[in-house]
Design a protein around this ligand. Structure first.
Ligand code: LLP
Length: 424
């Protein structure tokens, strides 16, 4: 299924012309394909057929209720990093026993809410976190399932801002220290050591770092089981599988899965996977309208009504996203090199720099592709621009799954300080 394709010269989302969605929801807006989400989940699930596995979709990539529900209905669990994500997962119907809680900074309050909900496991990243979790759980008379997140010290070779698996990063427990932390876990009240976890980075484009890290993780787990007598039920391999933005990633699902199978051979427990981007990136676009085309002496700027507050990835990571005209360019059309930008008052407000693309004119719609992951969830209201709405398409139907806040709603939680309110 190619979720976004031209039909009769117009770009569609499944069976719906994008122009129809723009008319109904306004621009900018996010458009997600239900079919693409489903087929991604099914492919991932099928790749791991035959080994006991639990797919905990990483909510941080896209946490719209309709998206989470699509996966939950197919049997997915959730990888969460905050109380907000916990509540989103539960609200969308993810069973608590399929929820894993990651993150280096869990507060005592977050731990308590998650224990109360009865989640499967906490992926613990430090000594102090372990102590705190033990205290909170014992006070509540609960037992927390613990997976120690180890840092396998493997360079994922991805963008510096999204690599997590080397000793220079804040993530995980260094593998040399993790054996002692495992012993400590077994000794502390309120905790049950049930697994080992890792996550080495995001948007990985090579399978080699995975191979190395999986091998280190499994070696370490074996040592804990065979030499120290720990009973491990789960290995959590994290997420990070890359998608095709500008260049096809040389690591595909099949080779990723083969690396996992190879490393896991003979491991008796369940493998937990935390894919985020791979599940949703291709299933979403950001739909925008060209406001102006400004031709300068050095550059041509295509100015959209979508901006860095909507999609921050180009500004933050120099990320490349395709920009596709909604009206199919005529055969033999030329190309023009342009900067695609938004209306925000700073130069980093870019969607694409020096992009060679078919000419687009004022008033036309464009789709910014591969935007289903880390798009809407990273948006802000900078320049007091309301968050863009989200639309989900299924076949010939579409539905607004998050509405655009009104300006009144945007201002409503601001208050004047009492000394600013003057009686007349
Ligand atoms: N598990 C853990 C512990 C993580 O930290 C992450 C992502 C994932 C799973 C999911 O990784 P994925 O499969 O999506 O690569 N905002 C950045 C990406 C940050 C990823 C952070 N951690 C971006 O827009 O590229």
């Amino acid at each position: 299924l190619d979720a976004f394709a031209y039909q009769a010269g117009r770009l569609h989302a499944e069976g719906v012309p994008l122009s129809k969605i723009a008319d109904a929801a306004g621009t900018p807006c996010w458009v997600y394909s239900h079919g693409a989400l489903e087929s991604r989940y099914r492919a991932f699930d099928a790749a791991f057929a035959g080994i006991p596995h639990l797919i905990c979709y990483a909510l941080k990539a896209n946490s719209n209720q309709a998206v989470i529900k699509t996966f939950a209905d197919l049997g997915a669990g959730a990888d969460i990093v905050s109380e907000g994500e916990l509540r989103r997962a539960l609200a969308a119907g993810v069973p608590p026993e399929r929820i894993v809680f990651a993150g280096v900074g869990k507060t005592a309050a977050e731990m308590a809410v998650a224990l109360d909900a009865g989640i499967l496991q906490f992926n613990v990243e430090s000594d102090q976190e372990l102590e705190r979790l033990s205290q909170v759980a014992s006070q509540m008379g609960r037992t927390a399932g613990v997976a120690l997140r180890v840092n396998p010290d493997v360079d994922a070779g991805t963008h510096a801002k999204i690599t997590t698996g080397t000793a220079e990063n804040k993530f995980g427990i260094e593998i040399d220290q993790a054996r002692a932390v495992a012993a400590r876990t077994a000794a502390l009240p309120g905790l049950k050591l049930s697994g080992i976890a890792m996550h080495i980075g995001s948007q990985l484009t090579s399978v080699e770092p995975y191979r190395q890290a999986f091998a280190r993780l499994v070696d370490f787990a074996r040592m804990l089981m065979n030499e120290d007598g720990h009973k491990l039920e789960r290995l959590d391999l994290g997420g990070g599988l890359g998608v095709h933005y500008q260049h096809a990633p040389p690591v595909d699902l099949a080779s990723y899965c083969a690396a996992a199978r190879e490393a896991l051979a003979g491991f008796p427990g369940t493998v937990v996977l935390e894919p985020g981007r791979w599940m949703v990136a291709d299933a979403g676009i950001l739909l925008a309208r060209v406001q102006y085309v400004k031709r300068g002496s050095l550059k041509t700027f295509v100015i959209l009504d979508a901006a860095m507050n909507d999609l921050i990835r180009p500004a933050l990571y120099d990320a490349w996203h395709p920009v596709i005209p909604v009206v199919e360019p005529a055969a033999g059309h030329g190309l023009e090199t342009v900067d695609v930008v938004g209306p925000i008052c700073e130069s980093s407000d870019v969607i694409a720099t020096g992009r060679s693309m078919p000419p687009v004119a004022q008033g036309e719609l464009v789709a910014i592709g591969v935007a289903g992951a880390y798009g809407a969830v990273m948006a802000s209201t900078y320049n007091s621009r309301p968050l863009a709405p989200e639309v989900m398409v299924k076949g010939g139907a579409f539905s607004v799954v998050r509405s655009r806040p009104s300006y009144d709603e945007m201002i409503a939680s601001d208050r004047l300080a009492p000394w600013q309110i003057h009686r007349t």
